[in-house]
Write a protein that binds this ligand. Structure first.
Ligand code: CA
Length: 229
């Protein structure tokens, strides 16, 4: 998640940058209104934290330019003044939320997270993805690195199961009952054959390998380094 912080007060700016970076965000910092305006208008961010009182171009101008340009990046503005007018103005100009200075970092983090939750497009349950492999349940389509892959019905069901249980080692007995609706008979190699065919389609030409054999246990799908023995 990329965040832009526009803040001219060095202490607050550094405090925000450090805290947000440590919370796992990628943070760009603009220390004046001109830089903030430029970054907000030219780069893409998941959220912008915008100080209102800036020496050159103020926060309102930045927000106004963004909204006029149909840039709908969520904006959390910071205001030192506990004035109703300011809050109303910010929200009228199209900001999504505000914080009154001084604030505690936990407050910033809570607002940022809640704004991101509110504004992110929810992930559709019809789509599953790992690395560059995508499976669309409704369209029954699979692609890797943007390349369409044709799977048989059973291969599709097998891949769907592996994706749903990503990272878990699935014993052959589970795969047999879920995909073939049968009890696993160790004499049959139907699962291994299907896995081999699936692998040749989704893994052979691509990196990283996604389907892994866990010896003596079963199979799993993950982006972790191959731990086949
Ligand atoms: Ca300021």
């Amino acid at each position: 998640m990329r965040l832009l912080v526009v803040e001219d007060e060095q202490k607050t700016a550094d405090y925000l940058r450090q805290g947000l970076s440590e919370s796992g965000f990628q943070v760009s910092l603009a220390r004046n209104g001109l830089d903030g305006h430029h970054l907000a208008m030219t780069e893409s961010f998941d959220l912008i934290i915008l100080d209102v009182m800036l020496p050159d171009v103020d926060g309102w101008r930045i927000l106004q330019s963004m909204r006029e340009a149909a840039n709908s990046t969520p904006v959390l503005f910071l205001t030192a003044r506990d004035s109703v007018d300011d809050r109303v103005k910010g929200l009228e100009l199209g900001a999504d939320d505000y914080l009154i200075k001084p604030f505690a970092f936990v407050e910033v983090l809570a607002r940022v997270r809640s704004l991101l939750r509110r504004t992110q497009t929810p992930v559709s349950h019809d789509e599953m993805q790992v690395a560059d492999l995508e499976l669309n349940l409704l369209k029954r389509r699979v692609s890797r690195a943007g390349k369409r892959i044709n799977l048989s019905h059973k291969e599709f069901c097998l891949l769907e199961l592996l994706l749903r249980r990503k990272g878990e080692v699935l014993p052959r007995s589970i795969i047999a009952s879920q995909v073939w609706d049968m009890n696993f008979d160790s004499d049959t190699n139907v699962i291994d054959v299907a896995i081999r065919r699936l692998r040749s389609k989704i893994d052979d030409e691509f990196e990283p390998k996604l389907i892994h054999t866990v010896r003596g246990m079963g199979y799993k799908l993950d982006v972790e380094p191959d731990n086949e023995l």
